[in-house]
Structure formats: C-alpha cells, structure tokens
Design a protein around this ligand. Structure first.
Ligand code: PHE
Ligand code: ZN
Length: 897
C-alpha cells in the first residue's frame, strides 16, 4: 500500500507537470515513418494573459489542408501537454475538447475540412512549470523555451518543425510586475488595458515553426545599440536583463556586432528584421535559444564582467552569441523538416560558430579546443550505448538527441565538405542551399544535393558520415624505396560496431598529410604520376577504400609523416611513431595543431604506461625535455605553449583503454604533474612572475598570458605545497575572476586549513552572484583530493544548492560526475548512488536535465568489474522506478541493452 501511495503521488506529479505517463515502454519515433503534415497553419494568432497565477492562452489558427499530404491523412492533430483545455471551436462551433483528446494529450479533430479555423482556450500555471519547457517563471520574469516540443505546453498546435506560420501575439500582464512585454518580430501596438494591466501586440512576418516562438515578460533593464547592415538597414540591438545584471551586456553586444559583420563578409548574409533582442534568463536547460528576433540566453552565456566571468566565459559568450545569431539563416530562414534533421541546422551552425571564433582569435588554438571537446565528449558517446549517427534513425525523446554527435561531429562533417570541395565551392553550396530553401523546412539530403551541384563532386559515399555511427579508426603504415625515391603510405580504415549497426562500409575520409625531412624542413607532397606543380606541403589524401595506398614521389630521404593535420577528419589515427618521432614533430612540425597533437600523444604514452603499472623507461625524462623545449622556444605563442603544457584529460586517457580504472589514471596524471612541477620549478616560477600585472582587460593576448601563468601556478603547487601561499595571495590581490578562480582551484585541491578558510571566505564574498557561486560549487566538485566525494555529499545539503536551477545542478553534480572521475568512481559505488538519488529526485520536476545528468552512468561497461557492477545496479534501480520520464527511461534502458 505504501508503494501504491507513492506511485499514485508520483503519477499525479508526473501527469501534472509533464503530461501523461508512458505506462509501458515508450514508443520510438522513426525517420522512416515521416509523413507530411495533414494541415498547414496559414495564420497563428495568440493572446497570452499573464496577469494572474494561471496563464490563459487564446489561440486562433487558420488552417489549410496540405496538398502534399497523403489523401487518407485527413485528421488535424494539435499536440497538447501540461494544459487544461477550456474551450474548443471549429469554424465557430463549440466542440468538447475532452472527447477529442488522444492518449498522449493531443487534440485530434477527425476531418475538419479543406480550410478551417480552430479556436482554443487553455490554462496552465507557469510557476509550476519546473520542466523549463513551454512558458515558465524564472526569478521574477516569464519566459519560454519551445525547442524541441515545448510549444504544445503553451497552446494546442501542430508542434512539428515542418509547419511554418506567421505569428501575431498579444501579451497581457500586470503593468508594475511586467513593464516589458516581448515576442518575435516587431511590436505593432501597445497600451494600457485598465488600471493594472497593459498589453503589447507583436507580429513576426517570417513564417516559422512553433519551436522558434518566444515570449518574455518582466521588469527588465535594457541596453540598446544600433547596427547598420551592409545594405544600409538599421537594426536596433536590445539586450534585456534583470536589473541586478544591468551593465553586464557590453561584451555580448560587441560580440553580436562582430558576428553580424562577419556573416555579411564571409557568407553575404544580413539580418532581416528591425530589432534583434536577447534576454538573459537565470533558469535555462541549455546554453541559449535562437528564437526568431528574440533569443533567450542562459545568463552564463550572455553576462560578462571581470568579477563574474573568466576569460573562458568571455570567449564562451562570444561563441554562443555568434552561434545563435548565425541560426537566423541556418535554422530559422531555412529550418528542419523533422527532428532527425537536427544536425542540418546544428552541425552547420556550430561549424559557422567555429569559423567565426577562428577568425576572431587564433585559428590553431580554436581548433585545438574544438578537438579536445570532440575527443572528450563525442568520441566516448560514439563508443558507448547511446552511440547514434549524426542523423539518428529513431528516438524516444528528442531532447536526448541534442548531443555531441549531432552538434560537434555534425560540425566536423560540414568542415569536411569544405576540406574536400575547397572553400569557394563550399560557400557557393551554402548560398545555393539557403537560396533554394529560403522559407522552407529542409533535409540533410537537400543540403548534400546543393553541395554536389555547387562543386560537381559525387558525395554519395561521403553521405555515410550522416548514417554510420562510431569513430573510424585509420591505421597507417609506410615504406620507403630509396632507389625510386618513393615514399608509400598504406592506409586501412575500420569503423567499430555500434548499437544496431554491426557492419560498416568504408567512409570517404580527407586525411591531410605533410612530410618532414630529417632536418625538420617541410617536403612537398607530390603524388606519383602527378605534375610537379601539384605539389603542396600539406596534401589532402582522400581515403575511400577499406585499404589503399598512396605513393609520394620525389623523396630523396625517408621522411617523417605528419598525419591528420588540422584534424582534417573526426577519426582516430594510428601510426607507429617512435617517441623520438613524436618529440621531433612536437619541436618541428610547421602545423601548430600537429605539434600540439604530437605532444599529447607523447604524454598519453607515458601516462597510460604509468597507469598500467609498467612505467615507460625514460618516459618522464623525455616529456620533461619536451616541456622544457616548449617553455624555452624563442618567440613561442603563449596560447599554444599553454595548450602544449596541458596534459590530456583523464577522460581522454580513459577513452584509450578497453577496461578503465579511473583511480590508476588519476594517480598517474597527478604523479606526472607533481614530477613536472618539481623538475621545472624555476620555469614555472618565472612564468608566474610574468603575469601581466596590469588591470584586467579582455584581450586574447592577455588571456593567454594569464592562462600560462595560472597553469604554472598549478604545476608549482602540484610540485610542492609550499607554494600554496602564492595561490592565497593571488586570490586576495587579483582584480578579476580568471585569476581568482585559478587560485581557488589550486586551493580546493589542498586539505590545508588556510586553504579551506579561503574557500569559505570566497563564498561569503560572492554569495549574491549566482554565476560565481556556480563556479564555487564546480571548483570543489572537481577538486583533486581524496575526500571530494564526501565534500560533494556535504555540498548537496548546502543552503545554496538546489536542483531547481539547472546551472547549479550541473555545477555540482554534472561537474562531479564528468570532471572528477577518480572520486565519482569511488569503488564502493557511493558516487553512483549520489548521482542516481539526485537524478530520481529531479526526474519528476525536470526530466530533460535529469536525463543529461544520468549520462556518465551509461558508460558502465568500460569499467573494471567492481565499478561496472555498482554502476549497473544504479541504472537498474532507476529503471525499476515507476513513473519515470521518457527522457530518463530512454537513457537508462539503452544503457542496459
Ligand atoms: N537550439 C539551441 C542552440 O543550439 C539549443 C537548444 C535546444 C536550446 C533545445 C533549448 C532547447 O542554440
Ligand atoms: Zn544551435
């Protein structure tokens, strides 16, 4: 009976907040089942009244049968969830909404005719919308999040991306609580309704899918600037925040202007409305959202001030501002036919964001960071139970498919088009795609067809990048014929099996190759049989077969190959380099990415041998020499030096092993850091002293210097705790969060009493700044100290900890599970239980976030037996709960399959 009670209560909660519950295993949605919509929406008119606790939404939809729909598809389906339906009229006649409701909550009207008008009235309570999907409250404001399927939580609607409509929205709210009322497009009317309430009418002329709809209401400050487009259109840029954050949008505004200009220059794309609005919201499930003309941003990716944002945050703001802006064309003007096409907008937009970042800063450094992220987030995903192609074939909950694969690997696929076709044909292809499909919902195949037409290339084999999951492994062997002066590369490729895809066909892989002579001089790469003027120092070999070879002519001596320059494809390359080769490439390769990569591979070898308990003879000395070389290299770029001196992450190291013991990896890495800290003390000290010293300002050069100085500080303290004082002083004296946080991170690793006092004092000082408090939690969650797990357990009971704020939940639980492998994987399973407890607590309130936090447990099969069992037990425990959300159910069940 007790179970019964809690089950019923759970069910109630779930139905109340998240719509009906899947009683049996939830049914997947399949790409192959796609059918065009039965109806188009010609006009959508909404009236949203936010003046009471209960929001009331009146919708009037003008609908027309879709001539392209199958003749038997005559029913009109209006998705609905989380709504109380009060009234429904079809062409002015009242219908009983309860009688038309399908099991999943949707309204289904059997055959409303070729043209019809549907009017609905619905109600819901924004303050109870803890899922943060649909219309909800954040702090004292109201905002919306509709991607992917949140609009159905605002009003009944054909909530699918291939239904595009112009929207006219009237917003009504209390004049004092919500003086600012915003929606997409232009404000065409506003005024007072009565003593208490006012209204605003917004019209968006661009037909759009419902997932791009947005409204915002609140008491907000606004920073406004103007931008003149290349063709002379005047655009007002307006950034809205809660009053406490006014004055922190300067950097985002400047970033937006750079992004607008860059898109004009690079792609010839201009902004198309009179206003571009960005609203900063404290409670948000993701980073930001590209709603037409009215972006909604997680505060983390828009607010920036020296006291509340680090150098990395400043870069993050610029990148995400760019990303959402670029969506205006790649996503909004041309949108996706269905959610299987998600990478059509996300892969392309992430690639554009990367290009933008490369243009604004250092291309090589940007590329290194992109690859780090791909390897630490996407490669594991591609090797685990959630592996899926860039174009997935089925899903249970689409929110689970906003993944590193769809985003980051999707961006790599776009980059490969450019690498294979050349920049000019690539840009021509993008233009053609945008022109041909402007105002439409398109597919990945449409994009590929435009690329083929613009370049004349055959991309059939290339299209496998969209359909085959898994990271291709490329194995390279070579031979040298001194007589013919021919150097031959033998390449084999193999893509490992992934769930539902046991066998893979060969991929079309661009492999950028350079050759170095014994003195380090770059050699021309001239394929045998080619005229000499084809020779280049970096040559893109096109792999298409499971096995093939490439003969390179005119090599008077055996060269050292530099493979996968610039990371020309999202693959793993294996070549039998000697340690000497790697040290040589690290010192001499003209490609900075390849230099960094050689250093990482050298470190990986040393660390993996150490973790396996079989230290590599002379490994430490060699790495020390390599580091010394990087530190002493005349005229080196400090940003690249910092990347070279950063050891590969524990996650990336774990990724190289069949069976993972996270503690062994951690100990190996910590041991190497200690050894390097001691061996190079004088160098680290010198770097710490070279700190800019000037008042903080945002600049790439100074950020690189700070990064290097703070890396040096962390090596120093790793080498000996007597350097802790330096960190304490830095924490006291710095004028910016980057340096304070770097010092704090070093202190958080220490168990010394003065370090713990400093951590406490930091909280006292910054407790009123949520984004800083997030970092305070994060630093402790990822601390390298044996009792970090107990610390995290304690912090879950801290008065400032809450599962209701996604940033806070991620800062403690997400950071711990992903960024502290040794402690999260405590062999007694307590880390797993802690995570599972919170996932379950969160699931009834915010299933999207719960499913995301669960991710790290899905890799259970990779761990040694004791941990593997403990992880599986938690997944099974989760799956055994009644009333799980689709989101968590899908992740847990796929993990156990
Ligand atoms: N479309 C958003 C982006 O990539 C991400 C997002 C997805 C935000 C789903 C909210 C919900 O910028
Ligand atoms: Zn995006």
């Amino acid at each position: 009976p007790r179970d019964q009670v809690s089950y019923t209560f759970h069910y109630y909660l779930h139905a109340r907040f998240n719509g009906p519950l899947p009683m049996s295993a939830p049914q997947p949605v399949r790409l192959e089942d796609y059918r065009p919509p039965a109806y188009h929406v010609e006009q959508a008119r909404l009236r949203i009244d936010l003046s009471g606790e209960t929001a009331r939404v009146d919708a009037r939809l003008e609908l027309r049968r879709n001539p392209a729909a199958a003749p038997e598809d005559t029913a009109l389906r209006l998705d609905a969830e989380f709504l109380e339906l009060e009234a429904l009229h079809l062409d002015g006649e009242a219908l009983d909404p309860a009688a038309l409701r399908a099991a999943d909550g949707a309204l289904v009207i059997p055959d409303p005719g070729a043209r019809c008008r549907v009017e609905t009235t619905s109600r819901f309570r924004p303050a109870e919308n803890t899922a943060l999907s649909g219309l909800y409250r954040s702090g004292r404001m109201y905002c919306t999040q509709c991607e992917a399927e949140g609009f159905r939580r605002i009003t009944p609607y054909p909530d699918r991306p291939d239904v595009l409509a112009p929207f006219t929205t009237t917003l009504i709210a209390d004049r004092t609580a919500c003086p600012v009322l915003l929606s997409n497009g232009d404000c065409i009317e506003a005024g007072a309704l009565d003593e208490q309430r006012h209204y605003a009418v917004w019209h968006d002329p661009y037909p759009k899918p419902a997932y791009l709809f947005a409204v915002v209401a609140g008491d907000l400050s606004c920073q406004e600037e103007r931008f003149t487009t290349a063709s002379g259109r005047e655009v007002a840029l307006r950034f809205y925040t809660e009053p406490g954050n006014a004055g922190r949008t300067e950097h985002a505004l400047a970033s937006l202007k750079r992004a607008m200009r860059w898109d004009e220059q690079q792609y010839g794309l201009e902004y198309d409305l009179d206003t571009y609005m960005v609203v900063a919201v404290g409670d948000f499930n993701m980073g930001a959202m590209e709603n037409k003309g009215l972006n909604v941003f997680n505060t983390q990716f828009v607010l920036a001030s020296p006291d509340t944002a680090t150098d990395a945050d400043y870069e993050g703001v610029e990148a995400v501002i760019g990303h959402e802006y670029f969506h205006n064309w790649t996503g909004n003007r041309v949108t996706c036919r269905d959610w299987f096409q998600l990478s059509l907008k996300e892969g392309l937009t992430v690639f554009r964001e990367h290009q933008f970042a490369e243009a604004m800063g250092s291309a090589a450094i940007e590329r290194i960071r992109q690859v780090r992220l791909l390897r630490s987030a996407q490669f594991p995903e591609d090797a685990g139970p959630m592996a899926h192609p860039v174009q997935p074939k089925s899903y249970v909950e689409i929110n689970n498919f906003y993944t590193a694969t769809v985003y980051a690997k999707g961006a790599e696929v776009i980059r490969m088009y450019r690498t294979l076709l050349g920049d000019t044909p690539f840009r021509r292809g993008v233009r053609r795609y945008l022109e041909r499909h402007d105002g439409e919902a398109a597919t990945i195949d449409d994009f590929l067809a435009c690329m083929e037409e613009a370049s004349g290339a055959d991309l059939q084999q290339f299209s496998r990048w969209y359909h085959q999951a898994g990271t291709p492994q490329v194995t390279v062997r070579d031979e040298y014929d001194p007589e013919r002066e021919v150097y031959t590369l033998h390449c084999r490729q193999h893509t490992p099996a992934t769930p539902e895809q046991p066998r893979k066909a060969p991929m079309h892989i661009p492999l950028a190759v350079g050759l170095l002579g014994p003195d380090g001089a770059p050699l021309p790469v001239q394929l045998a049989g080619e005229p000499a003027d084809e020779a280049a120092h970096t040559r893109v070999l096109e792999l298409r077969e499971a096995e093939e070879r490439f003969e390179i002519a005119g090599c008077p001596q055996r060269p050292t190959p530099s493979l996968l320059r610039g990371f020309s494809a999202p693959v793993a390359v294996e070549y039998p380099y000697s340690d000497d080769d790697l040290a040589f490439l690290l010192a001499r390769d003209p490609d900075p990415f390849a230099r960094w990569e050689a250093g990482q591979q050298l470190a990986v070898r040393v660390l993996l041998a150490e973790a396996a308990g079989e230290p590599r003879p002379g490994g430490l000395e060699r790495l020390e020499a390599a580091f010394r070389g990087a530190l002493e290299a005349p005229g080196a770029d400090p940003a690249l030096t910092a990347e070279v001196l950063t050891l590969p992450s524990e996650t990336y190291l774990a990724e190289q092993l069949e069976v993972v013991d996270p503690q062994a990896i951690h100990d190996a890495r910590a041991g190497l850091r200690r050894a390097l800290g001691q061996a190079l003390t004088a160098h680290w000290q010198a770097l710490c002293e070279q700190h800019p010293g000037r008042p903080w300002r945002h600049s790439a050069e100074e950020a690189a210097q700070r990064r290097l100085a703070n890396l040096a500080l962390s090596y120093l303290v790793a080498g000996s705790p007597r350097h802790l004082d330096r960190a304490l002083q830095q924490l006291e004296r710095s004028d910016n969060l980057t340096d304070r946080l770097a010092a704090l991170a070093v202190l958080a690793d220490s168990e010394a009493p003065q370090a713990e006092r400093a951590i406490e004092a930091f909280h006292q000082r910054w407790r009123d700044e949520p984004l800083v408090v997030d970092k305070w939690f994060r630093v402790q969650a990822t601390a390298s100290r044996p009792d970090a797990l107990e610390q995290v357990e304690r912090l879950t009971r801290h008065p400032d900890f809450t599962l209701d704020n996604p940033n806070r939940a991620r800062a403690l639980l997400g950071a711990f599970a992903q960024g502290n492998p040794a402690c999260f994987h405590s062999p007694d399973g307590r880390g797993y239980r802690l995570l599972a407890d919170h996932v379950l607590a969160l699931d009834a309130r915010n299933p999207q976030l719960a499913a995301r936090l669960l991710g790290p447990l899905s890799h259970w099969r990779r761990y040694e037996p004791q941990r593997r069992t403990a992880m599986r037990e938690q997944l099974e425990r989760i799956l055994a709960q009644p009333a799980l959300s689709k989101d968590v159910h899908e992740v847990a069940s796929r993990s156990l399959e």
